[in-house]
Design a protein around this ligand. Structure first.
Ligand SMILES: [Zn+2]
Length: 263
């Protein structure tokens, strides 16, 4: 997978090749503005299709956690306001979209049992956005499904942009909420862990969260479990990253970042 991304990158001289926050080589063909636009469209659609929770306590709690996590996004990603919506659904799920949107399902609040566990999920979702995973996936989809050579895609002729638009149209409704790859999932886990720890949330709670998630098993929510790495593997990865995240956490606490979000 890595090697093919590398080869594609070599070919795509005019197209976007970049490096993920954890140093992995990525293929990103889509202009960021376009991916953000898709994120906004998808989010608006979600808001039309899924009931929104008006429960004040739930909203205050989720916003309290989410705003603290997004406040830790490194400045290189640019500052933007994040919209946070709590959706009424029994799924233990959440998502974040390019363009600064976060959705949390009420069902998640039963599985993420405290503010630190909720921060772990939100950090994970924001990690997908920071690493440009939607762009990467759309680009891969474009290259494989549209059957175009990268070289001609990069040339950006009218005909090709037409095809790209069609491809976007196909997934316009939920195009940016399709499952991520396992590599992307692991990457989002680690980026999320650093974010939550920097906000003063206890990174060890991310492990308890995934233990809770794997007990939920039966429900198998789409974003959080379906394509995710096996829980044991994911927990090993997170544990290994605690060496980085724990000092971030201790530093944040020492700076007075001691979140107290309650439901
Ligand atoms: Zn994910």
């Amino acid at each position: 997978m890595l090697r093919s991304a590398f080869t594609l990158c070599l070919l795509a001289t005019l197209a976007g090749c970049s490096t993920s926050p954890l140093g992995r080589q990525q293929l990103k063909l889509m202009p960021d503005a376009e991916v953000q636009q898709m994120g906004l469209q998808s989010f608006n659609q979600m808001k039309k299709d899924t009931p929104i929770s008006n429960d004040k306590k739930q909203n205050t709690y989720v916003s309290c956690v989410a705003q603290k996590v997004v406040a830790e996004i490194p400045s290189q990603y640019g500052k933007q306001a994040w919209e946070i919506v709590v959706f009424k659904s029994d799924d233990a799920n959440a998502f974040a979209l390019p363009g600064g949107k976060i959705g949390v399902y009420t069902g998640l609040l039963k599985v993420a049992k405290n503010q630190d566990q909720l921060a772990a999920v939100i950090g994970h979702e924001v990690g997908h956005v920071l690493a440009g995973h939607s762009n990467e996936r759309l680009s891969t989809q474009y290259v494989t499904q549209a059957g175009l050579s990268i070289a001609s895609a990069a040339a950006g002729t009218n005909q090709n942009s037409q095809q790209m638009l069609q491809l976007l149209g196909v997934g316009a409704q939920y195009g940016v909420i399709l499952p991520f790859s396992r590599t992307q999932e692991s990457e989002a886990d680690l980026i999320g862990l650093d974010l939550m720890a920097s906000a003063g949330f206890n990174p060890e709670q991310s492990i308890s969260l995934w233990q809770n998630m794997s007990k939920e098993g039966g429900a198998t929510p789409p974003e959080l479990l379906s394509t995710h790495p096996a829980p044991a593997h994911r927990i090993d990865n997170l544990r290994a990253r605690l060496g980085v995240a724990t000092p971030l956490y201790q530093q944040a606490r020492a700076q007075g970042k001691q979140p107290n979000c309650k439901i």
